[in-house]
Design a protein. Sequence first.
Length: 154
Amino acid sequence: MLLYLIRHAHALDGGSDAARPLSKRGRAQVRALAGVVRRQENFQPAALWHSPLVRARQTAGLLARRAKLPVPLHRVSGLTPDDDPRVIARRLNRLRRDVAIVGHEPHLSALASLLVTGEAEPPVFVLKKCAALALERYGTRWVVRWLVSPESSG
């Protein structure tokens, strides 16, 4: 099973945190990331999960369109910045299909660290905005396949 952890792209400042939309810069970041993942032969998640926050939903939707991913988008609880990563880890351990998750820091770094090392703290990953980390499950542990950040995605 492959898991893709994607941090939302740059969002506008101000207003309600939950309602902050992507900025022009953020939309450009998603377009660049979509170009990178389109070239990844194995980037074929069966579903794209996102947090309930607007910037994550917009990142997920734009990525799916730009990368031409014919996958359903699912708003999933447990993906906000301060949620316990063990909740999603338990859910992932029951899955047998590839999934991409669009979420937030520090949750995504804690989740990746938990999956790879068995401990959420201290984090061994820090995802920049619109970065994507691909993990592959081997038995009960996960290993890193690749990481792409906005600086390396063109």
